[in-house]
Design a protein around this ligand. Structure first.
Ligand code: AMP
Ligand code: MG
Length: 404
């Protein structure tokens, strides 16, 4: 029997080792339209107050609270973007529309619903509150105030804020450029008819989606052969303009498993075997110029689970994210789970809400070739190593992929 010479590393220790060797990428200036999901590499400070001027919150009349109960002459109009030029004098009112500048001399806005309009005259209520119905300058943000901190992720509200501050481009962490390659002489392209003994390369499409979802900019390399020299040339060429190499297949101990020795010859292999199910042959190496290589196992579920556990957190670290892991929740096992003696197992489940709890239901056979165990799964439940297994009803930790 062929045995691997790589030590079997604890799954958490392997994940920590990967992150330890993962750099945070540099900053680039990016237009707002392309900043969604990116992480700020610099603090954003308000250069001017927001709002910049007293602006009406309603449609109505800008008046002086001291003129409560009087009939006032309408001196003009202040619409959004078209201010009233001049000063509000005692005994007069200025028609104002939402977003219009409060004229000098006015100290409140009375809503149109609360006045009686008679031609060029308007009757205002007997009680008016100074400061009512308009936004004071700086109410939302004061000049000099820190608006967003380095490390914050940019979503709709953050991007709206950046635009409001007058910033068309933002300094964000670079996205990792990733070369993605499947390996194996048995593989054919999707859409081609497999001959006997051949299978369709499905990992590349699953991993392409997983990489993109994790924020990577992916360069597709196609299918690499099970031939050392050709594979080596392909990998060296692929590595030229990327930060990360992700391969699938070719990491177990069979004769045609060429990835480990190849990475060994190009850099340093830090992880060659993990106490993880599925995903025992997962391989991680650092390469010259701060590049990383992830050799994912060939079985489709193994490649995606090891992506979740090792690659996704690393890609998030590269992009400056503070939270590297997916959220986890304690869930109640809805089935008796068998454990693996010496490996942490991630079992694929759907979740069902029962009262205050989420109950985990197995997606069926957990074979590492059965993608149906992961399709539609809400979570990966973590079954620690052991001989006993875990009984239904026990609370276990689940990595949440999506909630039902
Ligand atoms: P390997 O790690 O190269 O020995 O691959 C293990 C098994 O995973 C192979 O026998 C295939 O059944 C499967 N496999 C490998 N690569 C792929 C791929 N790109 N797409 C789908 N299945 C694959
Ligand atoms: Mg193979």
């Amino acid at each position: 029997m062929r045995v691997s010479t790589y030590p079997l590393i604890d799954a958490d220790a392997a994940a920590a080792l990967v992150l330890e060797h993962t750099p945070v990428l540099g900053m680039e200036r990016v237009a707002l339209a392309h900043c969604t999901g990116r992480v700020l590499a610099e603090d954003l400070v308000a250069q001017a107050p927001l709002p910049a001027f007293p602006s009406s919150a309603v449609d109505g009349y800008a008046v002086r609270a001291a003129d409560a109960g009087k009939q006032l002459r309408v001196a003009g109009e202040s619409a959004a973007g078209r201010p009233f030029h001049g000063r509000l004098t005692p005994g007069s009112a200025v028609r104002i529309l939402t977003g219009g500048v409060l004229p000098d001399g006015a100290d409140c806005v009375v809503m149109v619903e609360d006045v009686e309009e008679k031609g060029e005259l308007v009757m205002v209520p007997t009680s008016l509150q100074p400061r009512a119905n308009f936004h004071t300058p700086g109410a939302d943000l004061r000049a000099g105030e820190k608006v967003l901190a380095r490390g914050e992720e940019l979503g709709p509200a953050e991007l709206g804020l950046a635009a409001a501050l007058g910033l068309p481009r933002l300094g964000v962490f670079r996205r990792p450029r990733v070369a993605l390659m499947s390996t194996g002489d048995e593989l054919v392209e999707v859409g081609e008819k497999p001959e006997p003994g051949q299978i369709v390369d499905s990992n590349r499409w699953a991993l392409l989606a997983a990489l993109r979802e994790a924020g990577a900019d992916v360069k597709g390399i196609g299918i690499g052969p099970d031939e050392p020299d050709a594979l080596r040339r392909l990998v060296i060429d692929a590595l030229r303009d990327v930060d990360v190499l992700v391969t699938s297949g070719g990491v177990s101990v069979g004769t045609h498993d060429l990835i480990k020795p190849l990475l060994e010859s190009l850099g340093t292999v830090h992880v060659g075997r993990v106490k993880l199910k599925p995903g025992k042959p997962f391989t991680f190496a650092t390469l010259p110029d701060g590049k990383l290589a992830f050799g994912l196992p060939g079985f489709p579920v193994s490649s995606l689970v090891t992506f979740e556990v090792f690659v996704r957190p690393a890609l998030r670290k590269m992009q400056g994210h503070a939270r590297l892991q997916r959220p986890t929740l304690p869930v109640r096992l809805g089935y008796d789970a068998r454990a693996t003696a010496d490996r942490t197992e991630y079992q694929r489940v759907t979740l069902r809400r029962e009262g205050k709890d989420f109950v985990a239901v197995s997606t069926g056979s957990q074979s590492s070739s059965r993608l149906m165990s992961l399709a539609g799964a809400h979570a990966l439940v973590r079954i620690p190593p052991g001989d006993q297994g875990i009984n239904a009803g026990t609370i276990v930790e689940a990595i949440i992929l999506s909630l039902p």
